[in-house]
Design a protein around this ligand. Structure first.
Ligand code: AMP
Length: 305
C-alpha cells in the first residue's frame, strides 16, 4: 500500500556527549521516509527545501525508492535548520535553535499521483500545514498518523487541537503527553488525549520503550538496551516510519498488528541511534532488521510455569 509522508527535510547541527556536528542532513520526513523505505516501495514525500539543499541527498532518497515529485525546492530560500544539544543521559535534549526558513510559509502541494494514498504520515511540522495536507487529499486515507512536539503546544496549541480531531494515531513523547493533557499519569494523559481525536496514541519513552493505547487497551514495547547510543536524533521519526511502513506493507490496522508495527518501529529507532544523523538508516539490510526484531521478541518473552 502507498504511504505519503509530509514533514521537515532539514539541516541539523547536533551536540551529544560523543561529539558535535556542523550542518548535517536531518529532518523528520527524511528519517521517516528512510525508515519506511525498508517496508514499502510506494513511499511518497511532500516537503520543501531551499536552494542550499544538496542534490546528492535527494538522489539518495530516490535510491531508497522515495518518490520526490512532491519535494519542492525554493531556489532563493534557505532549508529549515534545527540545532540541539543532548544531556549526559541522552534521553533529554534542548533545542538550541530553530530556523523555519522555507518551512515558514510552506504550501504543501499534493501531486496528482499521490492522491490515492492509503497511509498518511504527518511528520512533525506546523500544525496548520498538517491540516492543509488532509484537506487537500480528495479521499481520506485509511490511516492518518501525526507526530508533533512541545514547540507547537507552546505556540500553536489551537491549530494543533484542530488537526488532532482529524487523525487516527498520534505519537508524542511522555513529556509532551503530560504537557498536552495536563495529567501526570500517562494512563490519564492517554485518555485525555484520545478524547481530543486520535483513537490510538503512542507515547514514546526514549530508552524506556513506548506505550500503545487504544480505548481501554494498552501494549508496551521495550527499547533494546544497546551497547552504543551515539545520537538519538531522528529516533522518534524512524520509529514512526517503521511503524506506519509496516502497517502499509501488511495493510492491516488492527490493534494486534499495531503491536507488531510498534516492535518494527522500535527496531528502526534502535538502528538510528547507533550513528550520527541518517548514517545508519541509509544502508540497512533486511537480514539486520529481521535479526533485530527477533532480539526484541526474545527481550520480553517469558513463560509462567
Ligand atoms: P526526533 O529526534 O525524532 O524528534 O526528530 C529530530 C528531527 O526533527 C531533526 O532532524 C530536526 O530537523 C527535526 N525537527 C526539530 N524541530 C522541528 C520542528 N519544529 N519542525 C519540524 N521538524 C523539526
Amino acid at each position: 500500500m502507498s504511504l505519503l509522508t509530509v514533514g521537515s527535510v532539514a539541516f541539523d547541527a547536533l551536540e551529544t556527549p560523543f561529539g558535535k556536528t556542523d550542518k548535517i542532513i536531518g529532518g523528520a520526513a527524511t528519517y521517516i521516509t528512510l525508515a519506511a523505505s525498508y517496508f514499502t516501495k510506494k513511499n511518497n514525500l511532500v516537503a520543501v527545501v531551499g536552494g542550499d539543499f544538496p542534490k546528492e541527498m535527494v538522489d539518495l532518497l530516490v535510491e531508497h525508492g522515495v518518490n520526490t515529485e512532491g519535494l519542492k525546492t525554493i531556489q532563493d530560500g534557505k532549508t529549515f535548520f534545527w540545532s540541539g544539544k543532548y544531556h549526559e543521559d541522552m534521553n533529554t535534549r534542548d533545542t538550541l535553535e530553530t530556523q523555519l526558513n522555507v518551512m515558514a510559509d510552506f504550501d504543501p502541494v499534493i501531486p496528482e499521483s499521490y492522491q490515492s494514498t492509503e497511509y498518511l504520515m504527518l511528520g512533525n511540522t506546523v500544525p496548520a500545514t498538517q491540516k492543509t495536507v488532509i484537506e487537500r487529499l480528495a479521499k481520506r486515507p485509511k490511516l492518518i498518523m501525526l507526530d508533533t512536539m512541545n514547540l507547537w503546544m507552546n505556540i500553536a496549541l489551537d491549530d494543533l487541537k484542530d488537526v488532532l480531531k482529524l487523525v487516527d494515531v498520534l505519537t508524542i513523547n511522555d513529556e509532551e503527553a503530560r504537557q498536552l493533557s495536563g495529567d501526570y499519569s500517562l494512563r490519564k494523559a492517554a485518555a485525555t488525549i484520545m478524547a481530543m481525536g486520535p483513537k490510538t496514541l503512542i507515547i514514546k519513552k526514549g530508552e524506556h520503550g513506548a506505550l500503545l493505547f487504544q480505548g481501554e487497551r494498552i501494549f508496551f514495547a521495550p527499547a533494546l538496551p544497546l551497547e552504543v547510543v551515539f545520537d538519538p536524533t531522528g529516533a522518534g521519526d524512524c520509529f514512526a516510519g517503521g511503524f506506519i511502513g509496516y502497517l502499509a506493507k501488511t495493510d492491516d490496522i488492527s490493534f494486534e498488528n499495531m503491536k507488531r508495527a510498534i516492535i518494527y518501529g522500535s527496531a528502526m529507532a534502535s538502528f538510528c541511534v547507533e550513528k550520527f544523523g541518517t548514517e545508519r538508516m541509509v544502508n540497512l539490510t533486511q537480514e539486520e532488521i529481521d535479526t533485530r526484531v527477533q532480539e526484541f521478541v526474545k527481550l520480553s518473552s517469558f513463560e509462567i510455569v
